[in-house]
Every structure is written in C-alpha cells, then in structure tokens.
Design a protein around this ligand. Sequence first.
Ligand SMILES: *Cc1c(COP(=O)(O)O)cnc(C)c1O
Length: 753
Amino acid sequence: MAAKKSKSVRKSAPARPAPARPAKARAANAAHRRTVVPAPITPEDARAQLRELAMNLWWSWNEVAQRPFAALDPVLWHATKRSPLAVLTQSSPAALSAACEEPGFRLALADARAALAAELSRSTWWDDTHAKGRREAVFAYFCSEYAIHESIQQYSGGLGVLAGDHLKSASDLGVPLVAVGLYYRHGYYIQQFAEDGSTKVLYPVYDRATVPVRETGVTINCPVGHSNVRARVLLMEVGRTRVYLLDADLAENTPEDRQLTEGLYKGEPHLRMRQQVLLGVGGMLALRTLGITPSKIHLNEGHAAFAAVEMLAEFRAGGMSHAEAVKAVRARTVFTTHTPVAAGHDRYGVDMVCEGLAQTLAKGGISRAELESLSREKPDDAKEPVCMTVVCLRLASKVNGVAKLHGEVSREMWKGVYGAKKAKEVPITHVTNGIHTPTWLDPHARAFWKRECGFDACAPTARNKGWKRAASADPAAFWQMRSTLRGALVRFARERLTRSAERRGEGPIALDEYATILNPAALTIGFARRFATYKRAPLLFTDIERLAKIVGDAKRPVQFIFAGTAHPRDHGGQAYARKVFEMTRHPLLRGKVVLLEEYDMSVGRALVSGCDVWLNNPIRPHEASGTSGMKSPPHGGINCSILDGWWPEGFVAQKGAKGRYGSGENGWSIGSVDDGTFNEADAHGAAAKRDRRDAESLYTTLEKSLVPEFYDRGRDGLPKKWIARALTSASTIPDFFSTHRMVAEYVEKAYTA
Ligand SMILES: *Cc1c(COP(=O)(O)O)cnc(C)c1O
C-alpha cells in the first residue's frame, strides 16, 4: 500500500517530458525501487533516519514522509497534531523496536527516505528556465510569521499562511530562496470559547525538542537601541528552502531583550518596533554572518522594512552618497503590501525609531532628516510618524499588492508618497496571491483528479494545465468524492464539538446532541478566517427569521460551519466571534449553525475540503486578497463571495449576464461594487445600509439560486447543474490561484527583473 502510493507520487512529478536527470537522482530512484523488500533495521538506525526525515519540513506537504511516523504511533501522531519530532521524542523505545519488526513500517520509512532523496536531487522548474547564468542568485524573503504546519504555532493568520505557502512553492519549483524570520517562544495563541462565547486566550509553551529547527552555530549581536541583543540563528529546512529564525531568548540577554522573541504581535508599540529591528537589521546581519549575499530581498509586509534601512546603512558606510545608496537599495528590494486597512500599517514616533535604530543610523551616517524623508508621506510634516510601509515603498523598486483590485486600491492609497496626482501614475503593481496546493489538497481529492482526469494536481510546475481536464470529470464519481469529503468533515466537526463541550462541562444531553449533529448529506457552507471586523462574520445573522427558513427546510437542509480567531486585543473581532457563538445556540438555528474552536491549519484543511460552498462577505475593498476561498475549488467546492480580494479575478460571469452579479459560471458573487467607496469614512448610517444590502443579496442568492440548485436532482440522484458549476470552478480556479504560479511570477517580474 505504502509502496504503491509513493510510487504514484514519484511517477506523477513532472508534467512534461522529464529532463535528463542527474546521476544522483537516478541512483535515488533505483534505491526507491529496491525498497519493495525492506531490509531489517535496528531501532537506533531507524531513530536516526526518522529524525533526519522529521528535520526537513518537506513532510508537511508530502504524505509519503508522514507515514512512518503515523505508523510508529498512530495515537501520538494525532495527539501531537501530527508532529513527527514529537512522535519520535515521546514514543517509547519498545514501540520503536516493535515497529522495526513490522515490514509495513520499514517499507514506509524506506519509501519516505527515497522520496525525499529523489525530490532533493531532481531537476526543477528553476533549473530548466532561469538557472542559466544565475548560479549565484539568492533571494532573501523576510516575514514576521510563517505557517508551515499546524504543529508549529508560529503564525497568526493569512499572512503567515501565504508566507509558508510561498516557501513551499519556492522549494517545489527549485527557486533559490532563503527566508528570514523570528523564532517565537510562545507562538500565537490557542483559542477556546468560554460558556458565554467569550474568547479564552491560551499560550502554549513548546517543548522545543519537538520543533524541527537545527542550530547553525551562528550567533549575532544585533544593535537594538543603544545596546546589542544576542540572537542565535536557527535553521528550519522546508524542502529545499532554508529558513533562518532568530531567537533572542538567551540567558545572556536582559529580560527585556529576551521578550523580543517571546510571541507574535504582542505588547505595545515600543516592543513591536524593537522586534522589527531584530527581524530587519538582525536578519540582514544573520545572512551576512552566514556568508549569504542576497541578489534581492523581498519584504513581505512592512514589518521587515528595517532590513532595507540596514542595507542602506551598509552602502553608506561603504562610501556611497545618500542618493546613490537609496538607488542601490531600491535596485535590490521587492516589497509586497498586504492590506488596505489603515490599522494594518505600523506607525511609530520618529524619536522612537531614531532610538531603536540608533546604531544602524550612526553606522551609515544617516541623519534624522534623511530617515524622515524615507518614512513619511510628506517629509516636511513634523507631525507625521515613521510609517513602515512608506519606508518600504521608498526603498523598493518593485512594489506590489496581492490581487488586481488591491493593486488599484494601493495605488490610490499611496499616491501621496509618489507625489502623484492620479493613481495610474503610481508604480505599484499586483501579484495575485495563491495557495500551495499540495499543502491544502486532501489526498482523496488528489487521487480523484489523478484517477478520473489523469493529471497530478500537485505537479511541481509553474502552471498546471491539467486542471482544464477537471471539467470533464465523471459527475457520478465526482459526487461520490464530494460525499466522502463532506462526510469526513461532519465526523471531524462532531468530534471537535464534543471535545469542546466536554471541556466546558456541558451535560450529557448536549454531548448526545453533538455526537450526531450535522447531516452528512446536507448542503454544507463554510466560513473560516480571522474574525477581523471587516470580514463581517455575523453578516449571515442580519435577519434570523429569514435564515431560519433557509436552514430549517426539512426537504432541503442547509448547514453552516464557522471557525475563526480574533486577535487577542481585537475586542470588536472577539465580539463578532461571540455573536456567532450565541447564534449556534439560538433555538431557531441550533444544530444548523456550528462554530469550531482552535481554528488552525488543520481545522482550515478539514473545512475547505468538506464544505460544498465557501462563503466570504468582507466589506469591499478591505480584503486585500484572502486565500481561504482558493482552497475550496480543488476539492470541488464553490465560492459565494463579495467581489473583493481575489474573487473579481476568479469569478467568471455568465455569458450575456448584465452586471457582474449573482450566479456566474464557477460560483456566485454577492453584494455590489458601486456602493463601496475606497475610504473608510462612511457615515455609520451608510455602513449599516451597505451591510443590509449585502445581507439581502446573500439571502436572495441562497434562496433563489444556491439551495435550489444543490437540491435539483435528476433521476440518477445527481444535481446536474451544481456539479457542472463545481467542475467549472475546479477547471478555472486552481491553476492560476496557486503559489506555484505566484512564485514564478515573482521570479519573473521582480526577483530576476
Ligand atoms: C487559508 C487560511 C487563512 C487565510 O484565510 P483568508 O481567507 O485569507 O482570511 C488563515 N488562516 C488559516 C488557518 C488558513 O488556513
């Protein structure tokens, strides 16, 4: 079984004729074939081999490399959120000895090793298309958070997920990217709901032995303020991509300095600014100490702006004038902005930044006035603080938003920085976000596309034209796959809800209810994302009676599954979470609307694979891109969304349709565009009106199109129109909205341009 599956992974790797493979790759493949008869192995050797596998996070998107750990201790595997190192450190020696006696385990281990070796030595997209003449190229990617796997809580939300997906696609495509970040002691919080629906914030402390990072032996002294902070540089391997993480939690640092890597986005502005000095300045120092000279740096969001300031200081210290140095930095810097929401852009007092960067500014002889000129929209406005985004805009020559619409909004938003009268004169472009399909795609779905349509949904190529064939999948087989995935989600939700209810001490009646809650055959609609207020999680509950009619129709049952976290200090977002929690207990909605806690990558994965429809109703144009909706179509799910973020690019309107609204070819668009202005200064009344109008549009779409289409069954029991729409969704969306395409676009438009 194990051997057969991993073989199909290998076989399906390149979509086009394989290039001549290096001898090493051929050897690895030959070794792979020999593993049909697994050789005996001692527990010590097995432990060493498992450890090596666990240390490369390639396992996080390649099931073949997870199998030996799952086989070693299936219970621990699930209890540790599928953490290979945790399984390895926590399982008993007896379990390992017993496993070594099992041919199945030995085969899984040998297969995993062979697959990783083959992966690391194969020829890649980069090798084939860009490597020539660029042997020395290294692109350094800076981000404050990375979401690689649910067992490693170093992320809070969409930004981290995007960054993690970027690294994985860079690995799959062979792009010479190294990443820089911070290593957080606590990571982001785990969310639970109290009896009244209020958010409980729990900070897990890691057992560091279970996080797959290696020592590099490199320690840096990062100038922060007037002193130096020691930080060790750790290495996390994500396939081919090396991620260097700085850790300031060292005994020789003051308690205050140790806090710099305590957690994500915690504390007040001063601590946050100092964290960003460590990320930017410390990150550049770390690369230099490691002997890495990036050809480009990519600042993923403004948090990393100080990396560009450090580069500027180096050029100045090397004798360049300010103007020359700015030009040199700009030539090497790429910046991606991620939000049109004003609060999402860090701003600090000039005094605070001058203090935080004192040594860096002194090294480069950069004056306060020069710093101001780089960090203010209007350099002469003495009241303007330092804006991290402005620093990035002024020090990067390649600047982009994360969707076409977000590019437009960003050009309008930052006109002032460029002294431009019209948005179209502003040199900000867009590279639309994507998802790393191998991370998010359920193995059932992957096998389905392979079996029914003959293409590998996870092929390591910039584009995957195989998705076009999804349109011709067999409807009955497709519906079978959907039922399987929906059924798995219903079981997952029951188990999660039961666990939460037990923890809250809810009585046996509630527990009985959760054991059978939700209907595996009902139309299932998902909503999961951060509960930031602009995402309007409670919009669905604008008119409870009307919603009750929709979900309460016994012949056409509809159910909603919600999940999401709000930032610990976002009280508005937490109030929204509480509102959704209360709705799950409303007598008219009970059992039809549920809310899962501890939203993380694994909950996200279960939801995007099982839901028939993915709902997204932000206030336009506040959603820069959003990526959760991109995870649904590869599973045969369909989006129902406001035309915001990526959706205006993904949505295909029906031929001959008058506007861009309502029922399209591959999903639904709700709300309207023309009522949204690009500023937030909407009077309260106008905002309420807009919410009512968007809710009205959502209800109408559900009542008139979405629910009837799901239940319009033919004699064969299949919803023909629904399936056609879902298959169009799969054939038009996943190829483009993939981080493989996105990373290739960054390479072509920014890294090598
Ligand atoms: C995909 C994903 C996100 C991003 O979702 P948005 O639609 O961009 O809000 C956030 N968190 C998790 C766990 C995800 O899987």
